[in-house]
Write a protein that binds this ligand. Sequence first.
Ligand SMILES: [Zn+2]
Length: 943
Amino acid sequence: DSHASDKMASSEVTEIHLKDYAAYPYDVENVTLEFDLEEEFTVVTATSVMRAKPSSIGAPLVLDGRQSFMELLAIYIDDKPVPSRLCAFNPNAEDTRLVVDPAALPADGAKFTLGVVTKFKPQDNLELSGLYKSSGNFCTQCEAEGFRLITYYPDRPDVMSVFTTKIRADKTKYPVLLSNGNLVGSCDLAGGRHMAVWVDPWRKPCYLFALVAGDLAVVESAFTTCTGKTVDLRIYAEQKNIGRCDFAMESLKRAMKWDEERFGLEYDLDLFNIVAVDDFNMGAMENKSLNIFNSRLVLATPQTATDMDYSAIEGVVAHEYFHNWTGNRVTCRDWFQLSLKEGLTVFRDQEFSSDMGSRSVKRIGDVRYLRDAQFAEDASPMAHPVRPASYMKIDNFYTLTVYEKGAEVIRMYHTLLGEEGFRKGTDLYFERHDGQAVTTDDFFQAMSDANPGCDIGKLKNWYSQAGTPTVTCERAYDAGAKTYSLTLTQVLPKTPDNGGDRPKVAQLIPVKVGLVDAKTGKDLDVSGNVSVTSAGSTSTCVPVPGDAGSVVLRLNDMSATFTFAGVESEPVPSVLRGFSAPVKLAVTPALTADELLFQLAHDSDPFNRWEAAQKMAREIMCRAIRSTWHEGKTELASDDDAAEAVTADAAWGKFVDACKGIFRDAASDVVDRAWVEEALSFPGVGSLVQELKPVDPLAVHKVVKQFSKRFALACSDEIEACYATCKAEAAALGEYLVDETQTARRSLMGYCMALMGAAGHGGEEASELAAAAAAARNMTETVAALGALNRHPTAKAARDAAFDAFKQKWRDDNNVICTYLSLVAGNSGYGASPLEEVKATMADESVYSHKIPNKFYSLVGGFARGNTPGFHAADGSGYVFLADCLLAMDKTNAIAASRLAKPFTEWRLYDAPRQALMKGEIDRILKAEPSPNMFEIMTKSLA
Ligand SMILES: [Zn+2]
């Protein structure tokens, strides 16, 4: 298959730079796409009405298209074929460009019609980009550059047009024909075929184009907008799955209502469609009025989806819907601006989920993810700013930095401007830019103009500088003057993107702070007594409306001192409340163990209470690792020595006692149980490795494991009591609900089971867990029991039996079986080795297929990210396995392969022997002439 791999040698891949941006010389007034879908091949006729921009009459007409994938059957200007001497394929660009000589176009800049006819085989398209087939149905994925696998067209986001789509296909095989906008006509054709005509009245770039043709079932509902318009809502899925769409439908309605209330944004068409497909590279895609979803993010029943799946579905359905305004109505000028739509939309979906559930728990979860994954990216050779300055393949820049850090930047606008000021800013942004393709600078300008008198200029530097800043916070109490001062200093790390040496400039960092009275545990009133006392400072402070116990310190310089007056005795500072900026915080002198325990007990900010427990656990584990491992040491400490290093720590006893109290509160339900589950879920290997780098990951894993085990043993009475209470409450319940109370209870129960597995001190627990797996009434309970059995050191027989039962039950379900694959990937040591079990599972065609990215992500990704002993095995076998999998996948689906290449880019985190092994695999991948996507990641990771 010629299309399957890019024919260019990787070394010819070129870098594209933001500074080279030039507007497209032509406007596309409208475009009509006619699809003739056949079993052998598909023919697409694209007819565009175009005109040169007044300043660029006489410019060549450059069209993007992949020559190795499509056959160009014909090209016309105003119904006349373009002679071949006036039409050339540009062989230098990696995705071929078709260049039409201006001599073929009207010389006076008049309007003309471009006709392009292409032919290709969607059924052979394993890239899952452009038009392809999933389970026998046609579907599309055009973001970022998939449209160029459909026809020759200016495939760039700043070319916006009105699309009409005509789809012709066999009526029996493909009764459902969908595209963007409104259905304006349909009819039967000769030969058992039929046709549908869709018109989307809103101008859009081609990356938002979508088409679906297939035999799909549908659920229907409706939503009445704030102005009384009725919108028909439809979710399409395969017939066997159609009973699993109700939760996604309810989520969609909640999202539509929330966007009206919070942002004043109303839906703009009479119809909104969602289609669930099994074969999909990403999570979901916000195509105008025809969202296409990875079916894992639509389908849910209590029997098939965990509470985490439910919350992901609610979040992603909302995210894609919110794109209708942030992304579709106002879109990106170029792909460097990806965070314009993604950072803003992630912020919006985070806020939506916070309003639907527990705000503090949502925030903690988001920060945990940001720190574990995005901070690691920021510290790696792949570090790049929220608005990258260059790329080779834009597919590689759908990153945590663009999405999650981008959302944090938006959150800082919100913190600095307040809810009201933020809303004024977004109102102005939509008013100014509706129907346009714009930049992050335009967004900044709207926010800034809507809030005159509020200088947020240095917030812009977050878009152009990579790396995670560290904020040091020096605290000092003056008992005589009764003042308390905090000196904040920002330290911006060197990153490979700016040549390493160019000095970085100050970023505006909002640091939300409270002072807690050390005697009463209550917040001091800080609303009126703080001032900036460093000379010449541009930093300021602003009160927090409705919260006299907090103030936002706006660090606008490299360093500034903030002084609180009238402080009667030395308080405990609560710095970076709610994680008000995506930074690493270092308080000096560091908070003592007693101060952390005080914070855990008293801080009014639930984030910092959680943080106190995390910090204590992290410090105990780091000290234990440092005392049992050092650079050059090749032999691991014994389990007993690692355990001893943990329990002999001076803070251990107090820490365990505080946690026992939290368990008791959770059992009697006087605290938010979801918060408890977060508070007692301590940092894992990935996050500790970042702190201790370079380090032997197995030495870290050993301490983490012993920490859990000792913690579980020390708290076993409290854990058992907590588990028993939750179990009894759950047994007494009637209806299964995905609400806050039930979800929190199930998550706490699952947490207790995981600790019972980690304690692993007898057959009793093993049989309790096996019984729990057998008796589970829903997927949340099943996964909790299987996960716990996976950790139990002596329950092999029970574990294998439970895993096999699960596999037999769900082998024909492409979604649920991914849960099984993730669990297998997390095997921590049963059987010959974790890797052997993963390999055996991969060879089992009844559960695994390379063609379904979800399965690849669950099994291979789960192993590389979540299985420390297997992936980081000292003999390098885990690395060889990942490289083999990447090379195999890269041949057919470069986007999916590149998404799992990340573990190799983090080689610098590990000890010297592992660095050598990982670099060996990177070299091997590069020598195999990988796709441009893989080439970019691998070469940059060596930088
Ligand atoms: Zn998005």
